[in-house]
Design a binder for this molecule. Structure first.
Ligand code: 1GP
Length: 235
């Protein structure tokens, strides 16, 4: 079950099908020892570029899952599918609309054991994803703790994702999410620039997602894998 395997992830690379990544860099990422490669992005995602990147990742012994943000870009045969549910959006389509469209399109073939929802809190107001999803980003620590409790107890989601795409997040808000997410796995992603950032967030969150850095500086990106593994949660 994907939801069980997700609980063991400490480090993830998120690769964007719409951005360049050399074969040499991808090989190092594929062999890096990361727990999972998530394929997904916000802009310019198509079936063709998603399929191409997923096929390239499949050459390496690493779990590869697709984050489904567009129903027309779903690639069959991936190790798993993550469906975002944006908890702080003002647009109902990001809570239940897009997912319903995906199930309508693929309902007969969906491998449910390998499909999981990810509850998102989108928190960087300047990010493309915040604008696209019309997220309310001005959340207090109390708001974040309440969202995390909602995700864990009421919605019973498999994980909560603190999404700071493009900027390093506020550790106080990440800690507020952890306060609410007692058993719920907590993902953190956004602005990780190297081992120092990753250690800070890996002490607070269960899984740290490294995106941009993998495309920009593969040496620094690789250093984050060891840094996460050497960091104790809550330490
Ligand atoms: C994006 O949270 C991920 O969805 C990672 O963010 O690209 O800023 O590392 P960055």
């Amino acid at each position: 079950m994907l939801t069980e395997r997700m609980k063991k992830w400490r480090h993830a690379f998120k690769l964007d099908p719409n951005r360049a990544l050399s074969d040499a860099a991808l090989e190092r990422i594929g062999l890096s020892g990361t727990d999972v490669v998530i394929v997904g992005g916000t802009d310019g995602i198509t079936y063709e570029n998603s399929q191409r990147l997923i096929e390239r990742v499949a050459a390496y012994p690493v779990t590869c899952v697709q984050e489904v943000s567009r129903v027309d870009a779903v690639v069959p045969g991936v190790d798993g599918y993550l469906l975002p549910i944006v908890l702080n959006t003002d647009d109902i389509r990001w809570i239940v609309g897009n997912q319903q469209q995906a199930v309508k399109a693929f309902g007969d073939w969906i491998p449910w054991d390998e499909t999981a929802a990810l509850g998102y809190l989108v928190l960087n107001p300047d990010s493309r994803v915040a604008r696209l999803t019309r997220s309310r980003t001005d959340l207090s620590p109390q708001d974040v703790t309440a969202f995390a409790r909602l995700a864990e107890h009421l919605f019973q989601l498999p994980a909560l994702y603190m999404e700071y795409s493009g900027t390093l997040g506020d550790p106080k808000l990440v800690a507020a999410a952890k306060k609410g997410a007692e058993r719920l796995p907590l993902f953190y992603g956004g602005g990780i620039g190297g081992p120092g950032d990753v250690r800070q967030m890996a002490a607070l969150a269960d899984t740290v997602v490294v995106g941009n850095l993998a495309h920009l500086n593969v040496d620094a990106a690789l250093a984050t894998v060891e840094a996460v593994k050497g960091t104790v949660r809550g330490g």
